[in-house]
Design a protein around this ligand. Structure first.
Ligand SMILES: [Zn+2]
Length: 597
């Protein structure tokens, strides 16, 4: 394969998300850390076809087919390798050059070579100079760690590197192109860009040195200096430390930190899944790398103004990619580097285990920004919070958060709910449904029957529907398929007075995933006598509300259990305790058949 094609191959691999790609051919469902579906290469009724997002591969346990995204396209589209690559390049808008410019690729490989030689030179400097070694030792970085990261040192000479590279046969022009040398203002010659700095080579996942970062040893400015973007280095496409993380077999977690030293100190302290963006705000392409390399994405930036802003921005970038990041919150004024040196691996692990969901983090920040004691502040706060909740996938989860935030802030549940639901569109119902993730997989049979009974009622008569819909909302249904049926039927009642059951059955049984279940729900008939329908419906509603409260309670108990184990955040624990009391009160009054809201 030509150099140019190799370049395209790399870009395709960067852009490709195998779950999304295969998802265009196969209906995939998340299952644990993988996605599963019916194999497109052999006939099967139960799914044995697995796609791994973190490994970017697929495998069928039924027929043994397997490979990466490119081999998937080769098989599915019946193409050879080069044509499959063309197909994907086209798909992702990557230009395909039929006559690759040979100079271009020669220049690139030259850049890799010059960077490699420079890294060697810096590394030898570190071995021969006490000052930077002491600086690193003070930060707990041993010779072994320095070697692992290829750390180096640029002396304070103006031409140390230039002389070395000239000896190795590189030209000054090449050094300038690699960002290693600059041209003197008066045009009289060249100078080393990196001087008197500890050097952090930036290495890609194919073990090539693509650029450098340098940090001063004293208080000079700038504190950090990075290579400029070159033909082989585009800051927005790389993460520092990814080369080491990519070698890990267990890629459960990936932790985004601010700086080189954070990555290295964490690694030295036994946390080997940290990466840093390279002196820029997180880009979408970096977000894609985080998504690919870790099942769980955590952010741990400083807690100062700039750090918070960067965290919020990173959350937005990741949410765009359908990643729900968590935020590791360290004590004020500490970065991961300080923290792990003081508290060790177990201390840091504790912080990771109690990381905030991105929603909790945003609410926590918003609470600081608005004065919710004052009515204007309260309104603005509620609006902002509603925007966050509206963006959440699962209605059950939305509900839990509405409750949680109401009790945390004193803003009424109704006010938040109104803001959240007010902005929600009912149109995209099919799309939304696919994104529902049931939080409870197994419902007690009595509960499921109650939900099916209610749907049976509303299918029968508009009067029943009016009664039920005035007492219950679609989010009250815990079974996702029942909830979906309920929504579809209420939508139909909005358009006309009667329901065309046949058309409905026709529509719903088409659904690949739940068609059979829908059929069961629509055919289910509640048993009751005409004289007591009101009481029967009331009982069913009570059953459903009861179950909803119970599941809210179990989510809170779970969070409390975690807090108890970690022994942290007493305040939050007490707050949850309060929530539990309130829930117990509601549950009791339901059971004793009192009316509650
Ligand atoms: Zn198969």
């Amino acid at each position: 394969m030509s150099y140019a094609n190799e370049d395209v191959l790399e870009k395709v691999k960067d852009q490709m998300d195998i779950v999304q790609l295969v998802g265009e051919y196969v209906h995939l469902k998340k299952s644990g850390s993988n996605h599963i579906g019916l194999c497109p290469f052999h006939n099967e009724k139960t799914p044995s076809f697995t796609v791994s997002e973190s490994k970017q591969i697929f495998h069928c346990f039924g027929c043994g087919e397997g490979g990466d995204g490119i081999s998937f396209v080769m098989k599915k589209e019946n193409l050879d390798f080069v044509d499959a690559l063309k197909f994907l390049a086209d798909k992702y808008g990557i230009p395909w050059d039929e006559n690759p410019d040979r100079d271009d690729s020669r220049e690139k490989s030259n850049l890799y070579n010059i960077n490699k030689e420079a890294a060697r030179y810096f590394y030898n400097n570190l071995l021969n100079n006490k000052k930077p070694r002491e600086y690193l030792a003070k930060r707990g970085i041993t010779g072994e760690i320095a070697r692992k990261f290829g750390l180096g040192y640029a002396t304070d000479k103006w031409d140390g590197l230039i002389k070395h590279l000239l000896e190795k046969g590189f030209t000054e022009d090449e050094m300038v192109k690699a960002g290693l040398a600059g041209i003197r203002k008066d045009g009289s010659g060249y100078f080393d860009k990196f001087r008197n700095r500890v050097i952090f080579p930036i290495i890609d996942t194919r073990s090539r040195v693509i650029g450098f970062g340098g940090r001063v040893l004293d208080h000079n400015l700038p504190k950090y200096l990075n290579s400029p973007d070159t033909m082989v280095f585009n800051k927005g496409y790389h993460l520092y430390g990814l080369n080491l993380l990519a070698g890990n077999t267990d890629r459960r977690r990936i932790l985004l930190v601010e700086g080189y030293m954070d990555v290295i100190s964490l690694y030295a302290g036994g946390v080997n899944y940290a990466v840093a963006s390279l002196g820029t705000a997180l880009t979408s392409n970096q977000g894609k790398l985080l998504k690919r390399y870790g099942d769980e994405v955590l952010i741990c930036y400083d807690r100062d103004r700039a750090g918070i802003k960067a965290t919020l921005r990173a959350i937005d970038v990741l949410r765009e990619l359908e990643v729900d990041p968590k935020v590791v919150v360290l004590p004020e004024g500490m970065d991961p580097d300080d923290f792990i040196r003081e508290n060790g691996q177990s201390g840091f692990q504790k912080k990771v285990n109690t990381a905030l969901t991105y929603v909790d983090f945003k609410v926590y920040i918003l609470k600081d920004q608005y004065d919710i004691e004052e009515s204007k502040g309260k309104i603005d706060f509620t609006k902002e919070v509603a925007r966050i909740i509206r963006d959440m996938k699962s209605p059950v989860e939305q509900d839990v958060y509405i409750e949680k935030i109401a009790s945390q802030t004193g803003v009424s549940r109704e006010a938040i709910e109104h803001e959240v639901r007010g902005g929600q569109k009912t149109q995209k119902r099919f799309k939304e449904r696919i994104r529902f993730e049931p939080t409870i997989t197994k419902l007690p049979p009595a509960h499921l029957k109650a939900e099916m009974d209610l749907i049976g009622f509303i299918l029968m008569d508009r009067e029943y529907f009016e009664r039920i819909s005035s007492r219950i909302q679609y989010e009250d249904f815990q079974d996702m398929d029942c909830r979906f049926c309920y929504r579809i039927i209420s939508d139909s009642y909005e358009k006309s007075d009667t329901i065309d059951k046949e058309a409905l059955r026709e529509e719903l049984s088409q659904d690949q995933e739940s068609g059979e279940k829908f059929n069961g729900i629509l055919n289910h008939q509640p048993r009751f006598q005409a004289s007591n329908w009101e009481r029967v419906i009331e009982d069913l509603i009570r059953t459903i509300r009861h179950n909803k409260l119970i599941s809210e309670k179990s989510l809170i108990l779970e969070e409390m259990g975690k807090l108890e184990k970690s022994g942290e955040d007493q305040e939050r624990f007490l707050e949850l305790l309060g929530n539990i009391d309130e829930l117990n009160r509601k549950i009791n009054s339901l059971v004793s058949r009192e009316e509650i809201n």
